[in-house]
Design a protein around this ligand. Sequence first.
Ligand SMILES: [Zn+2]
Ligand SMILES: [Zn+2]
Length: 187
Amino acid sequence: MDEKEYNRLWRKRNPERVKQYNKKNREKPGYSEYVKAYKKIWNKNNKHKHIKYYKKNKAKIIQRVTGWRWKNMDKVKKYSSKSVTKNRDRINTRARNRCRRIRIETLRHYGGKCTCCGENHMEFLSIDHMRGNGQKHRRENGISSIYDWLRKSNYPTKDFQILCHNCNLAKGFYGYCPHKKEKNKGG
Ligand SMILES: [Zn+2]
Ligand SMILES: [Zn+2]
């Protein structure tokens, strides 16, 4: 019998002593930090054990966890709101990055530059609803992000084009973009 096995058996035979021992340890300063650090390393090195155990006992674990959750709704609510607060920054950053990625992807699909003046800095660009009812369109379809919607709808080319914010605002305020007027004058 090796030491490990011996210790295991001893612990099994003397649960009271183990309890006492653990209690004493918990009172030592810095002990909980030590255990936390140790567990972190152990978990990192023994991921496969966790996975194996989970696969083997999946049904049991799920049942136990759901049972616990139902019985401890208050705690669950508290924990989840706590973790949301804790992770809010990370969640926000991730959402923002996703939005940007989709925006750039969509703009690229529509040519990546202003249809009117050729501005191609993506920070200046926006999607223009050509028939001028973008707000109505968004409201009717319950769209929070036009980029998401265009992507999901497979980038419809009818009715949509890229305009830079300048051209878009001019069109919105005056019904035309001065660029167009200049062009007409010159030509
Ligand atoms: Zn423009
Ligand atoms: Zn323009």
